[in-house]
Design a binder for this molecule. Structure first.
Ligand SMILES: NC(=O)c1ccc[n+]([C@@H]2O[C@H](COP(=O)([O-])OP(=O)(O)OC[C@H]3O[C@@H](n4cnc5c(N)ncnc54)[C@H](OP(=O)(O)O)[C@@H]3O)[C@@H](O)[C@H]2O)c1
Length: 247
């Protein structure tokens, strides 16, 4: 009983800390400047969201560079697709891939939950450094509901169990990732999805501030997240903001 109470207090304290760190702004600027097709670098291209990003970016007519650790894992071929092998923690490979792009879309993730890895933040630090060096203007980066002013909005199960018991290091790294992005000089959009599914692309989802629920977990497919992220390449609506996205 005492242990359960202590754990709940710890979970609530962690949620409070996550709410103070990370990006707080979710302002929405409705400028909506549309840009023509662009050269996009997709980081995390072999992942769940990343594969959707590559496929949908090609469908939209973008010239796509997929940044991958293992090219044989991608299994997508297209005349407008370039595959570059690299590791986000290796600045040299990041710089080569970033140079000459119009936008970078980051869907990095990993499964090293149980030790304080900094892959998300240090990888993003390398991306930002290369973007600033080579004047690549825009970064669209996937993080998660539950960070900054969306803390608690993954629902009770995540707030009281999944994040404090399994993902505290991971979420801590995500808050560092968001802080680095917001402190950079690039045009950035942080995209915070709810729980991800491999379900179909519905083309109907909600986005903006104050999304998610403090009680139940909201969901969205990786396909719809990719759709929303790709929209951010050509729209200024959420530049400098961290919208949530969910069904
Ligand atoms: N699961 C959820 O319910 C949920 C909810 C909200 C937000 N999110 C977040 O959304 C993001 C995307 O999730 P996902 O499940 O779609 O992705 P994922 O399948 O976990 O894919 C992650 C990608 O990152 C790549 N990667 C990892 N370390 C790398 C490194 N050092 N250098 C280069 N690439 C590296 C992986 O490459 P390899 O293929 O080589 O491993 C993979 O392509 C994650 O940040 C996740 O935390 C997840």
């Amino acid at each position: 009983m005492t242990i359960a109470l202590l754990f709940i207090l710890y979970a609530l304290a962690l949620s409070a800390v996550l709410s103070r760190r990370g990006v707080r702004t979710t302002h929405e600027i409705s400028v909506g400047v549309e840009r023509p097709r662009t050269r996009v670098l997709i980081v995390g291209a072999t992942g769940g969201t990343g594969r959707q990003l590559v496929t949908q970016a090609l469908e939209r007519g973008h010239v796509v560079t997929a940044f991958v650790r293992n090219p044989s894992k991608l299994q997508i071929e297209h005349p407008q697709l370039h595959v570059v092998r690299g590791d986000v923690l290796d600045y040299g490979s990041v710089e080569q891939a970033v140079s000459g792009q119009d936008s970078v879309i980051c869907a990095l993730g990993h499964k090293k939950y149980f030790y304080p890895a900094r892959i998300l933040s240090e990888g993003t630090r390398n991306l930002l450094r290369a973007m600033e060096t080579h004047h690549v203007p825009r970064l669209v980066c996937e993080t998660s509901l539950g960070i900054g002013d969306s803390a608690g909005r993954m629902g009770l199960y995540y707030t009281l169990f999944v994040i404090p018991a399994i993902l505290p290091f991971y979420f801590w790294d995500k808050t560092r990732q968001e802080s680095l992005i917001s402190a950079s000089s690039v045009e950035w959009v942080i995209v915070r999805p709810g729980v991800l599914t491999n379900g179909e692309k519905r083309n109907a989802y909600r986005h903006g501030s104050n999304l998610g629920s403090f009680v139940t977990s909201v969901r969205i497919s990786r396909a719809d997240v990719a759709d929303f992220m790709l929209n951010q390449v050509s729209s200024d609506t959420y530049v400098g903001a961290a919208p949530g996205v969910c069904w």
